[in-house]
Design a protein around this ligand. Structure first.
Ligand code: PGA
Length: 256
């Protein structure tokens, strides 16, 4: 597979980056180009969803007829618990918009047979016609979805062990200290099958991961570097997340 250069957009601050990401999602949904969305969770996406909710509530946007597939869910965390990604999606998007509940897919982290659930999820994505636009955040360790460093670029939806770094970063959602050790996640290969990919990164804690993803070696040490195998990736970062880029991409930063 040949390597491509992601399209990079660097904004002044995090709020502008989120507004820009929301604008892209909204325009693809409104034009009908994105009927199947790959959806992400995490703090970075909260303002993106807030913009989309505001657009729906102002009747400028509708998710009618749109299908969503979330990237991941913790294993063993019930969907009604606030720390689950099911709850996150209800809180930030699904309950506030016309997104049809039966079109909003999230892996079932309570499934008795997690391998079967992973295959079912892959099949559901295929049956929906594949993902038109995949939204992604990035971990400070370079993960995409819960594909931690070491994840095979051909990996599919599966159960993964969460790294200590990820468990620490997400510990705040688990006040009892019981941060899950496993998750179900779309694989790197699943993500790379989306027709378009939009990654959003804000804050200086993402700067190392962004530099590794764009300018580092193509390596499973930084799962996000796999995005360079895809022809249609746009990365939106604020100045802080772009602050460790040097090389040719630094020119883009200076021009922005
Ligand atoms: P964050 O998570 O937006 O909460 O930083 C991103 C990720 O881990 O993919």
């Amino acid at each position: 597979m040949s390597e491509h250069r992601p399209q990079l957009e660097i904004t002044r601050d995090a709020a502008t980056a989120a507004a820009r990401a929301a604008e892209i999602v909204a325009s693809r949904v409104a034009s009908g180009a994105a009927k199947v969305l790959g959806l992400a969770t995490g703090g970075t996406m909260v303002p993106v969803y807030a913009h989309l909710v505001a657009a729906v509530q102002a009747r400028k946007l509708s998710f009618h007829g749109v299908t969503g597939f979330n990237l991941d869910e913790y294993v063993g965390v019930a969907p009604h618990l606030p720390a689950s990604f099911h709850a996150y999606m209800r809180q930030h998007l699904f309950a506030l918009t016309d997104f049809a509940p039966d079109h909003a897919h999230i892996p079932d982290g309570l499934a008795p047979d997690l391998a079967a659930e992973a295959s079912r999820y892959e099949m559901a994505i295929a049956q929906a016609g594949g993902i038109d636009l995949q939204l992604l955040g990035i971990g400070s360790n370079g993960h995409i979805g819960f594909n931690e460093p070491g994840s095979d670029f051909a990996s599919r939806t599966r159960v993964v062990e969460l790294s200590e770094a990820t468990r620490r970063a997400n510990a705040v959602a688990f006040p009892d200290g019981a941060v899950p050790e496993q998750a179900l996640t779309m694989g790197v290969g699943t993500i790379l099958q989306a027709r378009d990919i939009l990654l959003l990164a804000t804050g200086v804690e993402k700067a190392g991961a962004i530099a590794a993803a764009i300018e580092g070696p193509l390596s499973t040490d930084c799962p996000a570097s796999a995005l360079r195998l895809h022809q249609r990736v746009r990365i939106i970062c604020d100045e802080a997340a772009a602050s460790e880029l040097d090389g040719p991409t630094a020119d883009i930063r200076r021009r922005a």
